[in-house]
Design a protein around this ligand. Structure first.
Ligand code: AMP
Length: 405
């Protein structure tokens, strides 16, 4: 069974096609600058060189049609015809309280995703464009949706409620939801396999640190707390996002700097974090280069980033009354040995001890970087959200087939 995975943004779309008999990626690619002139399609088939095409792609429906042309092309294609694609899986950022797991798309599901536009105004409308575009191109193919928030729906109320008037929860569903759920789910399961212990017995802290970042406390395989909140702004310091701050700073800054709601939102989401503190970049590579060159603002940015990350690890060890495994994943977590070193070298109170040589090894495989004596296993596990989406989509499509039979 071939499954197409689509991750739609407002002007971009990423895709991967899987053969689920082996879980092999047959092709991957992306379309950028949708709706602008000089749109770019990059197609990377597994059997030959990648190709890049520049053309005018005015909307997501055209983007998916072009992708399907490439997937069925005699030279760079990987399927004989579109009918070989048995289901499409979509990444959807916000599933609110409604979606506790992945589901097949029907008109009710689409209405509910639309109702959630309020909670994720930048992300959910783009996801919906991807769903509609896939339906327009492949009207008889089942579509599934996989939510970034779903994995965290197991959080208890004490973790997800904010200490503000309850009417705001009742009227507007203001609560913590958490994000990167597909990644936290994937790496915690993979970590249990690597340490060869039942997931049900483990207390795991998963650190998904990329451009955005969140930590999750995974106890017995379920999320019991996570650092992102109602939106992906809360929690860790990130590339361009502030993470936690005193909420009183928002009205104070608006008043003093005469900022609008949009301006203050943009400041906290796009002009804060590593970028603001370092004054150099939101990219951890440039921050560590700056730090090594003795640049004081880069050094402060790195120290704040690492310190906040480490504090949350301590908090989640307390939340679960212990920790067996710490997992690093995503762009920074998978690639930055120096971030892992600084975090782990200062967690001796938990009995964390990493092997400095293993920590420097670069690999695409999951690996243990702690010493045999470490009381906590420390792992680097490359995330694979697309595979999780493909697996859920495959399962839902098979269940639907079985129900029809
Ligand atoms: P992601 O959002 O998971 O794609 O992560 C992107 C971020 O990963 C980039 O902005 C970089 O900060 C970080 N990153 C990628 N490669 C490296 C590397 N070799 N060393 C340190 N950070 C990296």
């Amino acid at each position: 069974m071939k499954i197409l995975v689509i991750n739609a943004g407002s002007s971009s779309l990423k895709y991967q096609i899987y053969d689920m008999t082996t879980e092999a990626v047959l092709a991957a690619g992306r379309v950028e600058r949708i709706g602008m002139d000089s749109s770019i399609l990059v197609h990377e088939p597994h059997h030959t060189d990648e190709i890049t095409e520049v053309s005018e792609i005015l909307d997501h429906t055209t983007a998916i049609r072009k992708v399907l042309d490439k997937l069925t092309d005699p030279q760079v294609g990987v399927v004989g015809s579109i009918s070989e694609i048995e289901a499409v899986g979509h990444r959807v950022v916000h599933g609110g309280e409604t979606f506790k797991s992945s589901v097949l798309v029907d008109s009710e599901v689409k209405s509910e995703i639309r109702r959630l536009f309020d909670l994720a105004p930048l992300h959910n409308p783009a996801c919906m464009m991807g769903i509609k575009a896939a339906e327009a191109n492949m009207p008889n193919v089942p579509q599934a949706v996989v939510f970034d928030t779903a994995f965290h729906q197991t959080m208890p109320a004490k973790a997800y409620m904010y200490a503000i008037p309850k009417v705001l929860y009742k009227k507007h569903k203001i609560r913590r939801y958490g994000f990167h759920g597909t990644s936290h789910d994937y790496v915690s399961k993979r970590a249990a396999e690597v340490v060869d212990r039942p997931l049900e017995d483990l207390k795991i802290i998963t650190c998904h640190i990329g451009n955005g970042g969140s930590l999750t406390a995974v106890k017995g395989g379920v999320s019991v707390d996570t650092t992102m909140g109602m939106t992906p702004l809360e929690g860790l310091m990130m590339g361009t996002r502030s993470g936690d701050l005193d909420p009183a700073i928002v009205p104070f800054t608006m008043m003093k700097e005469d900022l609008t709601v949009n301006e203050v939102n943009s400041m906290l989401n796009k002009h804060s974090g590593l970028l603001a503190v370092s004054g150099i970049s939101s990219d951890m590579r440039e921050i560590t280069d700056g730090m090594e060159a003795g640049e004081p603002n880069a050094t402060l940015a790195f120290e704040m980033y690492e310190y906040r990350l480490r504090k949350y690890i301590g908090a989640y060890a307390a939340a679960m009354d212990g920790v067996d495994v710490i997992v690093f994943t995503a762009g920074v977590g998978e690639n930055s040995a120096i971030v892992r070193k600084h975090v782990c070298d200062n967690l001796t109170f938990l009995g964390v001890e990493i092997d400095q040589e293993l920590n420097k090894v670069r690999s695409k495989e999951p690996r243990v970087i702690s010493t045999p004596n470490s009381r906590v296993a420390v792992l680097v596990v490359p995330t694979n959200e697309e595979l999780m989406i493909a697996r859920d989509t495959y399962r839902l499509a098979q269940e639907a087939n079985a129900n029809q039979a």
